[in-house]
Design a protein around this ligand. Structure first.
Ligand SMILES: CC(=O)SCCNC(=O)CCNC(=O)[C@H](O)C(C)(C)COP(=O)(O)OP(=O)(O)OC[C@H]1O[C@@H](n2cnc3c(N)ncnc32)[C@H](O)[C@@H]1OP(=O)(O)O
Ligand SMILES: CC(=O)C(=O)O
Length: 502
């Protein structure tokens, strides 16, 4: 069995309060979703706005493998706008509960049914694939619901969908409900909302009961508490139910990050699959187990979803965790030094502090007595940037007590600052920036920025990190920390130190 995925990040996901994407952003996400392997992209709702139509047209023009779909009400205007956007299909949404029909549409049920069926016929006459959706299906009278779905199939709808619009299903009820509807003569889709945190469980039960397609959004974004999270459904199907989808699971993390960045909806660290902590471990017993055999505390490999495992330092570490981390940073320590570092990490934890990688490096350097080996010191950095200037930076460094002043230009202020630092160092060491990675830890323009870099000097590569509210300062500091570590090591090596760190 292969389950079809209708991704509605760009329609229901974009209905997240406060989120709106430009046509270009929607196109970028659609291209990524197509690479990811979703079967259908519900890319928007053509009636909504000019920008929405521009996005739908742009996406439809790309000739993607995925079917491109627009949301539409059973109204001529909605369907006409979708047709003009040249989409492959419409997600035709018809309220079926008494509550929605009586209090929202304020029409007799017979009229709702009639207009719905006419809309299917109209869309079919215009060459559209129709996925006929019952809105608020889970609070609808079953006879009415089945009747309208059956008539939509007779009118030509290729697929039917029943929406748990306000997320009131339980897994048991979802199994029963979708099981009943799966007896109808068209492929059935599940569309669940997360008001009680049950969207993924209910979707899985719907599929188990006979539905063959699931609606989902990346990171579970959507109205109120959101929709069923695509990454959770896909990985659960793959790893727990042995059910295939066309999704390339290795792209899930990068897709999640892209959607978070473009929508501004950041996810909580403990979110399954894509949360920052989903493959991070601090507790000593866990790290020890993982180092012996990863399956002890990881139900799936991080690589399956395009991620890497991370060990975090803090109050709960054990010796195995610290040993692994010191090796990662290429510190070579004796038994006594190890014990000192261990105790300092624990005591920082007891003070309620989180011990970052930079903190650990500083502790280890202090214990190893190599803090004085700071060869390069930043005296000043000035950056000029804007829409009408070439990003330019000047830096003043003190290197071995000699003052060096240099300037650089770059594609942006960070690049300009790094170019200036590299120029200052030219006579001392040929340091190469191998990797640069930046992340906003919290939301907002005042977020803490976490910069991680990898630097190479001769045959040695080290990573360094800095976390600050200013992206330029975080980048510059990470670079200087890395350079100092590389040069200090080189000095120790030249001096015949028996314990160089790298
Ligand atoms: C559960 C869901 O996710 S439903 C999808 C929600 N998505 C959206 O709302 C997309 C963004 N919305 C919009 O841009 C606008 O609301 C538009 C363009 C769709 C409509 O704008 P307006 O014409 O100004 O109507 P408004 O938003 O005030 O009210 C919605 C209208 O649609 C009607 N309506 C709502 N759902 C449906 C439906 N499935 N079928 C037919 N009519 C519907 C309502 O009854 C109301 O019409 P009324 O004022 O004649 O009673
Ligand atoms: C159509 C839709 O998004 C819903 O009923 O939840």
């Amino acid at each position: 069995m292969q389950v079809k995925i209708l991704d509605t990040t760009l329609r229901d996901g974009e209905q997240t309060p406060g989120v709106s994407l430009t046509p270009e952003e929607k196109l970028r996400i659609a291209l990524r979703l197509d690479d990811l392997g979703v079967d259908i992209i519900e890319a928007g709702s053509a009636i909504t706005s000019e920008g929405e139509r521009e996005a739908l047209k742009k996406i439809a023009e790309e000739g993607l493998d995925a079917e491109i779909c627009s949301f539409a009400r059973p109204l001529r205007g909605d369907i006409d706008e979708a047709i003009k956007c040249d989409v492959d299909s419409i997600h035709l949404v018809v309220p079926t509960s008494e509550l929605h029909i009586k209090d929202k549409l304020r029409k007799p049920p017979s009229q709702v049914k009639e207009e719905a069926i006419e809309s299917v016929e109209y869309a079919k006459d215009h060459g559209l694939i129709v996925e006929f959706s019952a809105e608020d299906a889970t609070r609808s009278d079953m006879q009415f619901l089945k009747g309208i779905l059956e008539e939509s199939i007779s009118a030509g709808a290729e697929r039917i969908c029943a929406c748990d619009t306000v997320g009131i299903l339980t897994p048991e009820r979802a199994y029963e409900f979708y099981g009943e509807l799966s007896k109808l003569k068209a492929p059935l889709s599940v569309h669940c909302h997360n008001d009680f945190g049950l969207a993924v469980a209910n979707s899985l039960m719907g599929l188990r009961a006979g539905a063959s397609e699931v609606h989902a959004t990346v990171n579970g974004i959507g109205e109120r508490a959101g929709n069923a999270a695509l990454e959770e459904i896909v990985v659960a199907l793959h790893s727990l139910y042995n059910v295939k989808t066309k999704i390339n699971t290795r792209m899930l993390y990068e897709t999640s990050k892209m959607v978070a960045r473009l929508t501004g909806v950041y996810i909580q660290p403990n979110k399954a699959i894509v949360g920052e902590n989903a493959f991070a471990h601090e507790s000593g017993i866990h790290v020890d187990g993982i180092l012996k055999k990863a399956e002890t505390y990881e139900p799936i490999t991080p690589e399956l979803v395009g991620r890497e495992r991370r060990f975090v330092m803090g109050k709960h570490i054990g010796t195995s965790a610290l040993k692994e981390k010191l090796e990662e940073f290429d510190f070579k320590v004796d038994e006594k030094q190890f014990q000192q570092i261990f105790e300092r990490v624990k005591s920082l934890g007891d003070m309620g502090k989180c011990v970052t990688d930079v903190d650990l490096q500083a502790i280890a350097e202090d214990v190893l007595g190599i803090v004085e080996d700071k060869i390069v010191n930043l005296e000043e950095v000035t950056v000029v940037s804007g829409n009408k200037v070439t990003p330019t930076a000047s830096v003043k460094l003190r290197i071995n007590e000699k003052e060096i002043l240099e300037a650089g230009i770059g594609v942006g202020p960070v690049d300009a600052a790094i170019v200036a630092i590299k120029k200052s160092l030219e006579d001392f060491a040929d340091i190469k920036l191998e990797e640069y990675h930046v992340d906003a830890i919290t939301g907002g323009t005042d977020a803490l920025i976490d910069v991680i870099i990898k630097l190479r000097y001769k045959d040695k590569i080290i990573s360094a990190r800095s976390t600050q509210p200013d992206i330029i300062m975080a980048s510059v500091e990470a670079f200087i920390i890395g350079v100092n570590r590389l040069l200090a090591n080189e000095k120790m090596r030249k001096n015949g130190d028996r314990n160089p760190r790298i």
